[in-house]
Ligand binder design. Structure first.
Ligand code: SF4
Ligand code: SF4
Length: 504
């Protein structure tokens, strides 16, 4: 049977003949804020802090309505291992704790802590600084990073301390700082490297101490030569001459973790495995700067740099924003009042989420807010089997096949085609001439598979409980019967009745 072009490509990928590092697309980069220095956003009249801003278990609030809080004070503590705390971005009063809109395609809400700033911005006493971290136990430093609420600011939002635990079976050989920022429009990491390179390098040294990596690479796309120059100079000043700054070709999604690791190390992270399993660790540059703040100053994560841009944004900017600032407040600050015909999204246009509620707050993962003029969407037509989607996929998937399985609810097949390896980068949808919203189908498929897994787990739990109950009832019956038998055995034998005397 003749093979389609996409099948040939997929087969070559599976055989490892095509490096994934060469996949990707070239959207217009639209980096209109690249030369705009970071400035401070004003404090809003109300801050909204959702209790989960990371991958993992939600935090538990440890303040009540009416409490006063100080800047940097812990207001929600982590629960479970995969979790990290949340802190007050300024001083003020907790006015309420209730559900509020967050950035999510479904428009769902989340329990959130509302703080009314008092305008004084008074700090709580920070955690002790660890300028002497190189003399400390790594576990102590990781705990400080955890206490300060650091999670991956590149968008992954995985609690950072977990990635820094040393695994005796997997040594980290290569530490990669990810300064790629390949999403169009976004420039927050770019500006951070230009303006705050020494802080990033300080974080890099801490990371290196923690994981003892032999090789360190700062990866930057070649459309940011000023960032590369700033990082080189900061590394020189810090005596880190052995850290390499690699300029990589500008291609989307060059910054996706697996693709970047392959580009730098020449090794692929196998499906279902972590970078750790091939001796690599990848950290975003903004996360690395936050690690320096946590360890060297005891400063929790309460603010981040956000790019405000898009073709409908009157005053594009890179702003240092307190976590919890409502998006509509920022839009007004940038002169955007009339939202007719404008779509607002968080993140870049390739992987970002459309905002359904503009009063949703900036959280730890908010790298950009884009205001884009609404455009008519091209209607979807049938797949023409051109194979373009297969060619650009940075993970080596077959998006056309996957979408077909997801659309037709063939979830076992979609899992067999590694649905959960899809990073939802959108490169396949971007090139599809049939305008098939492929990522939409992948999200649907993942949601359905997760629901099926939950239902199966629940059914299994119910089955186990029912079996345990049956066994308990049976055991109790047997024990009761045994007790009855024991009682009967212990009863004295009835004394023989004396024969009646015969009447004469
Ligand atoms: S969205 Fe998923 S399937 Fe499509 S190119 Fe990206 S990783 Fe591949
Ligand atoms: S899904 Fe789109 S890009 Fe992929 S093979 Fe079909 S028409 Fe081509």
């Amino acid at each position: 049977m003749a093979m389609h072009s996409w099948q040939r490509l997929g087969a070559k990928w599976l055989a490892g003949l095509i490096p994934l590092a060469e996949a990707g697309v070239h959207p217009d980069d639209c980096k209109v804020t690249a030369s705009l220095a970071i400035t401070d956003a004003p404090l809003p009249p109300l801050l909204v802090l959702p209790i989960r801003q990371h991958i993992g278990q939600a935090c538990a609030p440890i303040v009540d309505a009416g409490d006063t809080v100080l800047r940097g004070q812990k207001i929600a503590k982590s629960q479970g291992y995969v979790s990290t705390s949340i802190h007050a971005p300024t001083s003020g009063r907790v006015v309420k704790i209730e559900e509020h809109a967050i950035v999510h395609p479904s428009g769902i809400g989340m329990l959130s802590i509302f703080i009314e700033p008092d305008g004084e911005d008074r700090w709580l006493e920070k955690l002790p600084a660890m300028a002497d971290y190189a003399q400390r136990d790594p576990a102590e430093i990781r705990e400080q990073i955890r206490s300060c609420g650091i999670a991956g600011l590149g968008g992954a939002l995985f609690p950072t301390f977990i990635k820094l635990v040393r695994d005796p079976n997997h040594r980290i050989e290569t530490l990669i700082l990810n300064g790629i920022e390949c999403e169009p429009w976004l420039t927050c990491d770019h500006r951070l490297m230009v303006e705050d390179a020494p802080r990033i390098v300080a974080g890099l040294k801490i990371l290196r101490y923690l994981v003892q990596a032999e090789r360190c690479v700062v990866a930057i796309e070649d459309n940011k030569p000023d960032a590369a120059a700033a990082m080189r100079e900061a590394l020189k000043q810090a005596g880190c001459a052995d850290v390499e700054v690699r300029l990589l070709p500008t291609i989307y999604p060059q910054g996706s973790e697996k693709q970047l690791i392959e580009t730098i190390t020449g090794r692929q992270v196998p499906a279902g495995k972590l970078p750790l399993h091939i001796g690599a660790l990848c950290e975003n540059v903004a996360t690395t700067a936050a690690i320096a703040d946590a360890v060297l100053e005891g400063k929790p994560l309460i603010e981040r740099v956000v790019t405000l841009s898009g073709d409908a944004m009157p005053k594009p900017a890179n702003l240092r924003v307190r976590i919890g600032t409502p998006v509509d407040y920022l839009l007004r600050q940038q002169g955007l009042e009339d939202l007719h015909g404008v779509e607002v999204m968080q993140g870049g246009p390739m992987m970002g989420e459309r905002l359904r509620h503009l009063d949703a707050p900036i959280t730890k993962g908010s790298n950009g807010i884009l205001a884009m003029r609404q455009q008519a969407r091209e209607p979807e037509s049938p797949c023409i089997r051109c194979g373009h989607c297969v060619q650009v996929c940075p993970v080596g998937l077959m998006p056309n096949e996957l979408a077909s399985h997801c659309r037709n609810d063939r979830f076992e097949e979609s899992e067999a085609f590694n649905l959960f390896d899809c990073i939802e980068c959108g490169a396949c949808s971007y090139v599809c001439p049939a305008h098939i919203p492929l990522v939409h189908y992948f999200r649907y498929g993942k949601g359905q598979v997760a629901a099926i897994r939950r239902a199966n787990a629940f059914a299994e739990l119910s089955r186990q409980r029912s079996e345990a109950r049956e066994q308990r009832i049976q055991r109790e019956r047997e024990e009761k019967a045994a007790r009855r038998r024991a009682r009967s055995a212990a009863k004295p034998a009835p004394s023989p009745v004396p024969p009646k005397a015969e009447q004469p």
